[in-house]
Every structure is written in C-alpha cells, then in structure tokens.
Design a protein around this ligand. Sequence first.
Ligand code: SAM
Length: 205
Amino acid sequence: MAKLVKIIEEKGIKDKNVLQAVQSVPRHVFVDTAFENRAYEDSALPIGNGQTISQPYTVAAQTELLEVEKGDKILEIGTGSGYQAAILCQMGADVYSVERHEKLYQNAKETLQKLGYRPHLKLGDGTLGWSAYAPYDGIVVTAGAPVVPEDLKQQLNIGGKLVVPVGDQKSQVMIRITRTGENDFKEERLSHFKFVPLIGEKGWD
Ligand code: SAM
C-alpha cells in the first residue's frame, strides 16, 4: 500500500487526508481473488458486469477535488466495488452511494460491512441523485456523463462541489462545479480521464 501511495503522490496528489486514506483502505478486498496480486498497481481492474474499480490515482484525484472535511455529507454515483466509498468513509465523511447493477451493489455492501464501513447504499439510477438526503457538501460521479446532470447540481449545498467526468464514451474532461449561490455555479474544467459510461435517465441510453 505504501508503494501505491508513493505512486499517486508522485503523480501530484497532495491532500494528506486522501493519501492517508489510500494507505489505510485495503484495495485487494475490493477486487476478485484473480486480481488480488494486482490490487496495489495504479490501474483499473474488472469487477464484473463489464465494470471496473477505478484506477487509484483517479479515485485520489476525484477525492482531492471534493476537498472533503470530516463530517461532510458526500454522495457518490457509481458504487462499483465500494472502494471509493471506503476511502470517503475512512476520511470521516458521511457517505451516500448509488449503484445501478444489483450484483455490484450487493457485493459492495458485503465488502464494506466486512471492513466496518457504514455508508448508506442504494440500488438505482444515480443520474437523478438521491434527493431524500440532499443537500450534499460534495457529489462525485465515478462514470462518464454526456452532460453535467442537472439534478446533481440542484442537490448541492451552497459551497458544495460536484466532481463529474463529462465527454463522449472514449474520453472525458473532469469538471468541478461549485455552488456559489442558490442559482450560481462556478465551473472548472480540469484534466482528461477515461471512465465507463454513466447509464440512466440523465446519462447515456
Ligand atoms: N467508484 C467505483 C469503485 O470505487 O469501485 C468505481 C465505479 S465504476 C468506474 C463506475 C460505476 O458506475 C459502475 O459500477 C457502474 O455500474 C456505475 N453506474 C453507471 N451508471 C450509473 C447510474 N446511472 N447510477 C448508478 N451507478 C451507475
């Protein structure tokens, strides 16, 4: 794990809380046994249903962009393996996470419970957010969207941040939106990434 932390630090991650969380969360528990020996490489790995556990650098970069403080209420769209949710829990956030694949939702639930993390998990279409618990201090989308989902913007607290990769299905630019007022949003366009598609009512078909 220390080697992985060094790799992502060298790639530019500075937030000590993020680095500490990557150091603490055992990534091998979130991947199939066939890939356990590759769990501490900085690469995405298959988790079934044609989906992946994101590259650790990507998880760290998105988490750093959220500027998470202890006690923040964070919504994740795309629970996948549960690794990103575990990183956020480890940082002391109150985590809500939505996944559309039932098998992945069940697996993530079991893994997170086994490790003692207690995020709130939901099976459903995350392109609509999770309005019952809104507003959130941060929302992170871990799949590539065709456009910024409007529902997610509306579920941010004033001062809250939405981190979402937006583009076509081959490449996306990471966008960070900060809600600066009831109807005011600041948008920053950052570097390029490659994610699996965000599929749903306000995403891809
Ligand atoms: N955050 C995950 C992790 O730590 O393992 C990685 C997620 S993977 C790159 C993207 C996930 O988003 C997949 O599990 C996929 O099923 C899910 N997804 C795609 N569209 C979704 C939607 N509309 N609502 C919820 N989850 C969605």
